[in-house]
Design a protein around this ligand. Structure first.
Ligand SMILES: C[S@@+](CC[C@H](N)C(=O)[O-])C[C@H]1O[C@@H](n2cnc3c(N)ncnc32)[C@H](O)[C@@H]1O
Length: 237
């Protein structure tokens, strides 16, 4: 049975209406954040929202900022799977210091739904070219781009050369789909340092993402932390 949220996602996902709705919510959330959070942080997130279309609300972008910052002094690099136009990646760029940041996307939009996704998504939704994101993040060093379907894009000879033996302190998943989320969890969980964070968008919004997390968490000692937004995270023991 398709839920009300999924009906909305199927019809409006990625559309002008979804963007307008997110813009309105974010406007309100930025007002509230501005009343009690650090002004520099709020200004930065507002600026990114102006620069790039993003599917994140203001609170969700704040959660990326604050969780990634909380582990910035742990050893280990950072990664994101699901970059779109680079809004969430830009938050990570500003925090990463000397760490490497690995960014994965098809740069051709969403792949096909699996049966677990309930046919919510349209293939190629959220397309942005690799060149456009590279240009947007051009000011930052040690940012590496991997074009293609994850996890295949992490398993080429070229990728192995740079990714072999890496450990991660923070990874952000925003792929909207069951197969991609499952692949992210399977790939990164064994590579996370103790205390490292795996944060995902859309856990409580998209059934494929939720199912991938619920199945994975049932097999590991760590619990799932759900946020009031659509996000969730796992902190590696
Ligand atoms: C909602 S968008 C990401 C939004 C982005 N994090 C932001 O800040 O606005 C989802 C992205 O996931 C990518 N994607 C989905 N499944 C993927 C996979 N298996 N491998 C690589 N990219 C994938 C799509 O191409 C799309 O750019």
């Amino acid at each position: 049975m398709i839920t009300k949220n999924e009906k909305v996602q199927r019809v409006l996902g990625g559309s002008f209406f979804e963007r307008t709705w997110l813009w309105m919510i974010s406007k309100m959330q930025f007002l509230l954040l501005g009343a009690h959070k650090d002004k520099t942080d709020v200004t930065l997130l507002k600026q990114i929202r102006k620069e790039r279309v993003s599917m994140l609300t203001a609170y969700e972008s704040y959660t990326i900022l604050s969780t990634a910052r909380s582990v910035k002094d742990l050893v280990g690099d950072m990664a994101e799977v699901g970059v779109f136009k680079g809004a969430s990646a830009k938050i990570l760029c500003g925090l990463k210091g000397d760490k490497q940041l690995f960014l994965f996307d098809t740069f051709a939009g969403l792949p096909a739904n699996a049966k677990e996704d309930g046919n919510v998504h349209t293939e190629h939704r959220y397309t942005c070219s690799l060149e456009s994101v590279q240009q947007y993040l051009d000011d930052y060093d040690n940012v590496h781009f991997f074009k293609g379907l994850f996890p295949d894009s992490a398993n080429t000879d070229e990728a192995h050369e740079i990714l072999a033996d890496r450990e991660y302190s923070f990874v952000h998943f925003d792929v909207d789909l069951y197969e991609g989320t499952k692949a992210c969890l399977e790939y990164y969980y064994p590579r996370m340092v103790s205390g490292g964070i795996m944060l995902s968008h859309d856990y409580s919004l998209l059934r494929g993402v939720k199912q991938a997390f619920d199945e994975f968490v049932s097999e590991i000692p760590e619990g799932l932390i759900e946020f009031p937004s659509t996000q969730c995270m796992i902190v590696k023991l």
